[in-house]
Structures are given as C-alpha cells and as structure tokens.
Design a binder for this molecule. Sequence first.
Ligand code: WA2
Length: 269
Amino acid sequence: FSRQHYKHYEDVLANMCDERARMLQHQFAASINHVQALAVLVSTFYLRAYPSVLDKDTFAEYTARTAFERPLMTGVAYAHRVWHSERDAFERIQGWTIKTMHSRETSPAYEEYAPTIFSQETINYLVSLDMMSGEEDRDNIFRARATGKGALTKPFRVLESNHLGVVLTYAVYKEVLSPEATVEERIEATAGYLGGAFDVESLVENLLSRLARSEDIIVNVYDITNSSEKLIMYGPEESPGSTILHTSLLDFGDPYRKHHLQCRLSRQV
Ligand code: WA2
C-alpha cells in the first residue's frame, strides 16, 4: 500500500490509542482519588476515639453506596495494624485468628500484622487475612506508610478471581501529619491500610470493548517500571505482528511505577 495510506493508518491508530490511554488514566485517577478520600475518612475515626468507633457494617454500607466512584475496582478494604503483643487480645475481640493470605491457616508469629477487619462486601474473603503475608501487598504497605501517598503493585493475579490486576494501598494514620513529616514519624503514626484491587483483566476489557471500533485494534498495557523487564498488565500475550504500532503514555499517579499502552491494528493493512 502507498505511503499515503500508511500515514493515514498511523494517524487513525495514534488517535484511537491516545483516546484509550486518556480514558483509562481518567478512570484510574477517579478511583484512586476516591480511595484516598476514604483513607482520610477512616483516619478521622482514629484521631479522637480509640478504639475507633467505625464498625464493619458502616464500612460495608458506605463502600457499597460509593462503589460507583471506583469504576475499575472490585472492592476496597481496611486492614488494621496489629503488634504481636496485641495479637491475643485482638483475636479475642474479633472472634477469629489472623490468617496467612495463601494458605488461609492461622499465621505464625511475626512482629506485626495487617489483618483485614473491614471490607466492601464484594471482597469480604479478605477479612482476617494478614495483608503483610502477600509479597505484593506487603511491599505496597511499606511504601504507602513511608510516603503517605498511594502505592500501586506490579501486575499480579489477585485473590479469588485470579484475574490480572494491581492493588492500590494508602496508609491510614492515627495523627494529622504535616507534609514534612519524616519516614519514622509516618511509620510510627500508622494505624492501618486502606486499599483494594483494580481488576484490569475484566474491568479494563469491559471499558475498552464499549468504545467505537474496538475490534479494529489490539491493546496492551505494560508496567515498564523496570525497563529491562516489561510486565504485561492487560491484553493478549502474543500480539500478532502488525507493521504499525503506537505507544501512548499512561500515568496512574504512583511515581514509583511507569506504564504505557500499546496499540496495533488487528488486521494487516
Ligand atoms: N485486595 C483485593 N484482592 C487482592 C488483594 C487486595 N489487597 N491482594 C491480593 N488480592 C486491604 O493494602 C491494604 C487490598 C489491600 C488493602
């Protein structure tokens, strides 16, 4: 085909790809903002009254009624920070033991734990699981509480659905911290963690499939944080070869992670 046709296809692909990147980034940002606001709300419950007067039914109701604010997330939950010295009393009050994420067995002894105590009904299988027992969740917890900012994991298979997704975590502090607070002050003031999973595999699929001409292009999203090891986050593993490829930038708001979206025409031109 002619140069002119080639240029035309390149422009069409670039426009479609940029539009998809913008939509995805916008929906991620909306969800992330709402989770941050929820972390602030839970934090206010820990400022004045200890123990917090927030209870699991109130959390479940509020998160169910505001689920529309987090369109790409399967649900949100709150995991409480528990020191080993508090474990027995905590387990007695809850009426369950702290469990390990993958085996669902009672956790061995550690210095501290992060068992989920409140959850949106859609992900209530997290309740009693120590979120520090999963590698991806644990890394997120450490980064979120040290920075006070939202942390995203690399793409991995989330619990239950086994879909490819990413987890978002915010620390919940029991004090109001100044923006200049040190890492030590932040860790010290940590009451727990608020977060949830983006079901990239099914919710992003749903979002993209509703766009015009979605059958004409193949979309992939990658985590490119580590430039020598690009991780697939969405789309077919092996995209059939196409002469035209467009890459659009994506910013999901966590400066520690880098992502991009790549589009190809689904048929040879
Ligand atoms: N949420 C949903 N599915 C998951 C998951 C998760 N984490 N981890 C693995 N599968 C309660 O950081 C605190 C949510 C983590 C917050």
